[in-house]
Design a protein around this ligand. Sequence first.
Ligand code: Z5A
Length: 222
Amino acid sequence: MSAALRRHPRFISLEGGEGAGKTTALNAIRAALQARGHEVVLTREPGGTPLAERIRALILTPDAEVANEPLSAEAELLLVFAARAQHVRQQIEPALARGGYVLSDRFTDSSYAYQGGGRGLDPAWIADLERRAVGLQPGLTLLLDVDVAVGRARASGRDLGPDRIESEQDDFFQRVRAVFRDRATDDPARFQLIDASQDQAGVAAQVVAAVTAYLSKEGGNG
Ligand code: Z5A
């Protein structure tokens, strides 16, 4: 397989820490794209295909048989990339080939942030996996940035208890946030930083404005 990395203009990802408000933002972007007559495939990571969703469960909510076996950082990284390779080949690339937009709740930037920043794995290894196993980057990535304590307080209001990653301590999430922000600074052509401390309507307005500006810049897509 080629180790090249392509950016696709109809592939859009949303990134951020927990409680950043990705769900509302995704729905707002989907509505904006559909209003322009585009096919939109809404998907998420880890997951997005039946097999990749199984891998997601292994990572985040392991069943009783394996719940007591610690998952090494290296295994966690390889599992998220196994899920991603499957997701890209089975779901994302076919949708893009049909001419649709793909809107993904998280993508490879989360691996740099969580497995690189949070777990301390070498980003060069992640970059190698990205080129070899994925080969694809979004044309636009919206980073919903919010203070860790604010995001965690929002997320703790949900009915479900914390999953395996959500059970990490604040310093883990501070490192995650720092990597996301650094990546946005280093790649302004792809990233748009969204102030996710605003209320849900304010965040939705920002993401729709960012996507609208992106579509106009891409030309012919809006
Ligand atoms: N992970 C990884 O480690 N490596 C990888 O490569 C990938 C992922 C791809 C699953 O992601 C986990 O996988 C994630 C990273 C890891 N673990 N963590 N942490 P996920 O996206 O499924 O999980 P999440 O980020 O924890 O989701 P989340 O907490 O649901 O975040 P969200 O989708 O951005 O938030 P939300 O569901 O839209 O909102 C959460 C709550 O906050 C909800 O009650 C809302 O009503 C409320 N909310 C949202 N926005 C606002 C505003 N603006 N004001 C007030 N309240 C708000």
